[in-house]
Design a protein around this ligand. Structure first.
Ligand code: IMP
Ligand code: MG
Length: 180
């Protein structure tokens, strides 16, 4: 285990097995549809790669990089890198590392629907249910997690720890520290 972690929440084998099951389930759901798998960079990368390989159907890969800001009333979505595909009439599956407040996913979903997507669904690896501030539920979630700050398997703290093959909780002493 990385020395900056307090404990492991999900081991590499737990994650790999769970994603295989999810991939089968999602692949069966989209059978005959050729969905656009839209990964949100960068956090979704490890989950995205494993999930796509576990989906036994034809699909289109695409990516978007966004950040959301919480305003006083509603949030604002900043698109740092837009996707390439025209989603009009297509079935889109947003793939994301974690859903916390739900704000980011709600805004991306609304954007895709406004662009004319036929359907927009959401697959997340982690669901931090206690953090929800927007009434949105992922269509597929790998694991429900406690209200803690997780890193690993795509999840970062100041861009670090994304490459860990497992997911753990960061030590308070690290989490409280400013970026180097
Ligand atoms: P939401 O809009 O609050 O649902 O934000 C989700 C985003 O917040 C994710 O894409 C992550 O970048 C970040 N995030 C939320 N919780 C965690 C966590 O526990 N570890 C790392 N990043 C997190
Ligand atoms: Mg992120």
């Amino acid at each position: 285990m990385h020395e900056d972690l307090e404990k492991i929440l999900f081991t590499a084998s737990m994650i790999d097995e769970r994603i295989k099951v999810l991939g089968k389930e999602i692949g069966a759901f989209y059978k005959g549809k050729e969905p656009v798998l839209l990964g949100l960079l960068k956090g979704a990368i490890p989950f995205y790669a494993a999930l796509a390989k576990a989906m036994d159907i034809d699909l289109i890969m695409d990516f978007m990089a966004v950040s959301s800001y919480t305003g006083t009333t509603s949030g604002k979505l900043d698109i740092r890198m837009d996707m390439k595909e025209d989603v009009r009439g297509k079935d889109v599956l947003i793939v994301e590392d974690i859903i916390d407040t739900g704000q980011t996913l709600q805004m991306v979903k609304d954007l895709l629907l406004s662009r004319g997507a036929r359907s927009v669904r959401i697959a997340v690896l982690l669901d931090k249910e206690a953090g929800r501030r927007v009434a949105i539920k992922p269509d597929w979630a790998g694991f429900i997690m406690p209200d803690a700050f997780a890193v690993g398997f795509g999840l970062d703290y100041n861009e670090k720890y994304r490459n860990l093959p497992y997911i753990g909780v960061l030590k308070g002493a690290i989490y409280g520290k400013k970026a180097e």
